[in-house]
Design a protein around this ligand. Structure first.
Ligand code: 4AD
Ligand code: MG
Length: 463
């Protein structure tokens, strides 16, 4: 008999023989009958398996415990109980794998902190099943969105010699003997002897290579892992996270903002259309305003204003008695508390801030006439703060080159990038969406460690 997934079985008509396979979520009953809730990951919902104890050996029934893996044959019948339309009246049960009482996921609700300690097992919980299904759907929707717009998926390297963001928080990649590395005459580590013949790291962004793609293919996007060695132990930072970076020839900052807004709205709509069971579960369990927040974002035009206007609003708030942990003033790098004030308190909708001071943004951003700001854009979201960072790019070779000098960056590792401006330079723009930040928004999870299967954070690389 062909196995059917639980998601499918729950939609089928009663009155047929079926075969289901999955893991026991709960088992309850009395001396005549046992009810087993079986889940196979295809949906948040379980199928109820009803066992007439007169038909099964006592020993078999004893071995069916929470977490055990089963194959169940039986009749799909209309359910007597509430909560499900159909259930399986079991005629035959095979135990694939028993699960003893040391299994950490017994019936009771567990804290998110505890579940992080058993990240290898937490996908078997309702919560992580829901999150991981939503994660899959969002990844699929991202490809769908760009494919339908004629963007090409470009694979950019993970190992790089360039520091795209100039933040200096990179993980080094080496095959040198760390206890006894080769040295130059001056006594420095001799990276010319390293695997790539130079100092290399894990990438912080695929953007620089993305720009090469955009200036050839027109519109591209990347979607891959990125690595940042910043020691920020916050609920919004990972050392290894996934980023989506579209890059478009002939887009100015306005086109860039329009695309970012359309993109996020498409993804939220897709989640509501395809993951409503999972989102409803998360809404009821963790965050009663989740659904409302998601629907709210679809209705609103994102507010667009400059950094300078944003600072004025924050300064006025401070004058009116609002307390921030970090001081406010033109030139500061906005903290999450500032971003969230603008989004959650002042405007009550997503905000796109543009034209930041050049000193707090990356070298490649288009320089404004005023000489002190660049054509940056950050999309700020309720609960999250910055979800997207991007900009129009500096298209002038001279301006970009002198900015690299000003910042004392290494020309040697950026010469290939400067060729985009040397040869047929064009106006272009792009942005990066943090995939896990998006997932925090869509799932309502409060900690970024809970929207990626195996989080990497300072002092944590288990599993
Ligand atoms: O603002 P960021 O640093 O921008 C870039 O990397 C550009 N190269 C993007 C581009 O223009 N192509 O990062 C982009 C986004 C942030 O807005 C945030 O959502 C996410 O990536 N992000 C992180 N997510 C999780 N953990 C971290 N440590 C993150 N750092 C950035
Ligand atoms: Mg940023």
């Amino acid at each position: 008999m062909e196995r059917k997934k639980v998601a499918q079985l729950l939609k089928e008509a009663p009155g047929q023989q079926v075969l289901a396979k999955g893991w026991v979520r709960t088992k309850r009953g009395n001396k005549n009958v046992a009810f087993i809730a079986l889940n196979d990951g295809s949906t948040i919902n379980n199928i109820q398996v009803v066992c007439d104890l007169a038909k099964f050996e006592e020993d078999l029934m004893k071995r069916i415990t929470t977490g055990a893996c089963l194959a169940v044959k039986g009749d799909l019948v209309a359910s007597q109980g509430s909560g499900q339309a159909v259930e399986i009246q079991a005629s035959d049960i095979e135990i694939y794998g028993e699960c003893d009482a040391t299994y950490p996921l017994q019936k009771k609700g567990h804290s998110m902190e505890f579940l992080r300690e058993i990240a290898h097992l937490r996908p078997r919980t309702n919560t992580f099943g829901a999150v991981l299904r939503i994660r899959h759907n969002m990844a699929f929707a991202i490809h769908n969105f760009f494919n339908s717009k004629g963007f090409y998926y470009l694979h950019t390297p993970l190992i790089t010699a360039a520091d795209a963001e100039g933040a200096g928080a990179m993980f080094q990649v080496t095959t040198l003997d760390m206890d006894n590395p080769p040295r130059t005459e001056e006594g420095k580590v001799d990276y010319s002897k390293d695997f790539f013949g130079r100092l290399t790291s894990l990438t912080v962004s695929g953007q620089l290579e993305g720009e090469l793609g955009a200036t050839a293919l027109g519109e591209i996007y990347t979607f891959g892992p990125t690595f940042r060695a910043e020691n920020s132990n916050t609920p919004r930072h990972l050392a290894e996270f996934w980023m989506i970076e579209p890059e478009m020839a002939f887009y100015d900052i306005k086109d860039n903002m329009d695309l970012a807004e359309e993109f996020i709205k498409y993804l939220v709509q897709y989640a509501l259309d395809h993951c409503l069971d999972d989102i409803t579960f998360l809404n009821n369990m963790f965050d009663k305003e989740l659904l409302e927040r998601l629907r709210g974002v679809l209705k609103e035009d994102f507010v667009r204003l400059t950094y300078t206007e944003g600072i004025e609003i924050l300064e006025k708030a401070v004058a009116d008695g609002v307390k921030f942990e970090y001081p406010v003033g033109w030139g500061i790098d906005l903290q999450s508390e500032h971003e969230r004030y603008l989004v959650e308190k002042h405007f009550c909708k997503p905000v796109i801030l543009t034209d930041y001071p050049k000193d707090i943004k990356a070298f490649y951003m288009k320089q404004n006439e005023d000489g002190r700001t660049v054509r940056a854009m950050d999309v700020l979201f309720p609960k999250i703060g910055e979800i997207i960072g991007g900009s129009e790019r500096e298209a002038s070779f001279e301006k970009l080159n002198s900015r690299i000098d000003e910042l004392g960056m290494s020309h040697r590792t950026l010469e290939w990038y400067l060729d985009t401006r040397r040869f047929g330079s064009c106006p272009h723009s792009g942005f990066g969406l943090g995939f896990e930040r998006l997932l925090m928004f869509v799932t309502g999870m409060a900690n970024i460690r809970d929207v990626i299967p195996f989080p990497r954070t300072p002092n944590n690389a288990e599993f």
